[in-house]
Ligand binder design. Structure first.
Ligand code: CP
Ligand code: NVA
Length: 317
């Protein structure tokens, strides 16, 4: 087991299955507790909120904004019985050019794990190299592995399996797409990526996934080819954090890659619709698709909480 979670490739198929299984159990227990709590209320209910009593401190460092990653990690560690420290890059000395390596050593003496959301993937990798505690990638320009863990959990809940399923991705071959390719390859799912030229996912990740020889990895410019009989339809923003200067060009280049009603008609009838959020309605996805009966977008967001609890327990052994 790696001490860090920097890339989805840090986990094996067996580890992903175990984390997903634990996350599903934690979700079930939490739902039971919450329904009991709403009946009982009061101090007794508060005590019953804790899953475990792990007495650890998790630091969250953000160089870019976040809603889901921030709140789900903060609630996860609190419900596990630990403490959270949420820090903006610019309120600590990192914002004044203190080096990553010294920061990593100092954090290692104070807290039990660090989650970092950074612009550059190399920042998180360097932090992990110099830290003696687990370091978690909370999104970089290259990968978003925590999102994919929650997505794997969501797929398992709806489809009861991974092997043999087909995921279709539409739009920008970005950080979420890179990690999704890894998640699919590790667990034996087929993955088809529909992007216009110039927006393909990372070539190294595609090659790595193909070498794993688990399922099909297809990169195409044809949205219908990707969507044909797919079990999972997934998209993400066209303008990721850090890409704002290219906004106009991206909206032009990606406009034929919208996840809309016509595309859904090409997929399997029971295909689930996924998006990591935040959603830009009218760009990558229509409102009708987002709120269609096949959409599992809000379950995906909720599952960040359960999957990350299971991840923390996994990393802390
Ligand atoms: N999906 C996701 O990571 O959302 P946030 O940017 O709100 O954390
Ligand atoms: N690709 C998006 C994901 C946001 C959760 C971004 O990096 O901004």
């Amino acid at each position: 087991m790696d001490k860090d979670f920097i890339s989805i490739f840090d986990l094996s198929h067996v580890e992903i299955e175990a984390i997903v299984e634990r996350a599903v159990a934690l979700k079930r227990e939490r739902n039971e507790r919450r329904s009991q709590q709403s009946k009982r209320k009061g101090a007794q209910g508060l005590k019953a909120r804790r899953d475990e009593c792990i007495e650890k401190t998790l630091a969250l460092i953000f160089e870019k904004p976040s809603t889901r990653t921030y709140v789900s990690f903060a609630v996860a560690i609190t419900e596990l019985g630990g403490n959270v420290l949420s820090l903006n890059w610019n309120e600590i000395q990192l914002g004044r050019d203190e080096r990553i390596r010294e920061t990593a050593r100092v954090f290692s003496s104070y807290v039990d794990a660090v989650m970092i959301r950074a612009f550059r993937h190399a920042t998180v990798a360097e932090f992990a190299r110099y830290a003696s505690i687990p370091v978690i990638n909370g999104l970089t320009d290259f990968e978003h592995p925590c999102q994919i863990l929650a997505d794997m959990m969501t797929i398992k809940e709806y489809k009861q399996k991974f092997n043999g399923l087909t995921i279709a991705w539409f739009g920008d071959g970005n950080n979420v797409c890179n990690s999704l390719i890894g998640g699919a390859a590790i667990t034996g799912m087929n993955i088809r990526i529909a992007t216009p030229p110039g927006y393909e996912p990372d070539g190294g990740i595609v090659e790595k996934a193909k070498k794993m020889d688990c399922g099909e990895v297809l990169i195409t410019a044809d949205v219908e080819e990707a969507a044909a009989d797919a079990d999972v339809l997934y998209t993400d923003v066209w303008v990721s954090m850090g890409d704002e200067a290219e906004q106009e060009q991206r909206r032009k280049d990606l406009r034929n890659y919208q996840l809309n009603e016509d595309l859904i008609d090409c997929a399997a009838e029971d295909a689930i619709i996924m998006h990591c959020m935040p959603v830009h309605i009218g760009d990558e996805m229509t409102e009708a698709v987002m709120y269609s009966s096949n959409s599992v977008i809000f379950e995906q967001a909720e599952n960040r909480l359960h999957a990350q609890k299971a991840l923390l327990l996994h990393l802390w052994g």
